[in-house]
Design a protein around this ligand. Sequence first.
Ligand code: ATP
Ligand code: MG
Length: 361
Amino acid sequence: RHDAFLDESAIDPDAAKVVRRLERHGFQCYLVGGCIRDLLLGGRPKDFDIATSARPEDVRSLFRNCRIIGRRFRLAHVLFGGGKVIEVATFRKNPQEIDEEEDLLIRSDNVFGEAHEDAIRRDFTINALFYDLDRRQVLDWCGGMEDIAKRTIRTIGEPSVRFREDPVRILRAIKFAARLDLGIEPTVYDAMVSHREDLARAARPRVFEEVLRLMRQGSAHRSMWITWESGVMAVLMPELAAFLDDEESHPEAVARFWRQLDAVDRTTHARGPIEDTVLMMMLFYEPLEEAMAGSRDRMRAAGDFLAPVAERVAIPRRVGDSMRRIVALLPRLRTGRAVRAGRNGELVTLAQRVLELVSAS
Ligand code: ATP
Ligand code: MG
């Protein structure tokens, strides 16, 4: 237990209400995970998650505005005005360790447990801190406070085991390093590099979602730099990795790529999140231009380039189709020719946004 120096005024009052009511009814209850990490690092948490000894049914009986979600692991959502959702999860532990070396992949994850078990099943030490509102103390079973002080990302337990259990954690490490400007502990980084191929067999929708998160949070440049440098990009987006590896043959294009990501980050900070389709377009804008250059059938060339990309990271059809149609719109928009909006109105807006970002860079 550490006496904490958290700015309690930054804690969401509704989340605090939920914690206090559960405690009044005799349950253990803590603020956990990302919100405590962000508060300790001086940031503003985007949501407040709660872990408790209460079962989902207990939570529901205490809050009228509550629904239980999820099948594999059931959680309670307590709803407040303005669409605010406070997620309340019962302490869980890792299902019995599976011995077979080759099959560490976590399949089921719904065994209730104690607070400390809930902490050590988490991914990184900085994500495993529990905050006791009542006593104003941080509970730390994994050395997370020290890693916060050192601004370091470290897995809980053996990095290679944790990355094999869930390869998506490799992308999460990159996300936190980039977004919070933290270092990655060297043995953790080495394990990310050694196990990067495992990402090819991770659930692809989760991979796509994490790639979007890398692009979304105002640190796209740093995220993609680490993704490239660690060799993770060569697994997930080999076309883009090859484009960056071959800097010598097109240094200007590579420089433009990084400047475009800077523009993405500036715009995100200034105006909030950018549409998924636009983010994916910015990731592939330069290599797409290159694939289309000199081709008589630009659309065909773009389609041929995007098909394997979309397949590998499971870009949803909705996003992939829009990307192809945006590519088709760009030449006309670039020359300022009028484009009939009509049915394509939304797409034209997205294409314009891409051009804005390109010209802002
Ligand atoms: P963000 O600010 O991006 O939401 P977060 O840390 O809150 O960051 P979430 O994805 O919301 O991340 O997850 C909440 C918590 O659940 C994490 O802080 C971590 O403790 C735990 N967690 C999430 N994903 C995993 C995972 N793949 N393996 C182990 N623990 C995880
Ligand atoms: Mg979160």
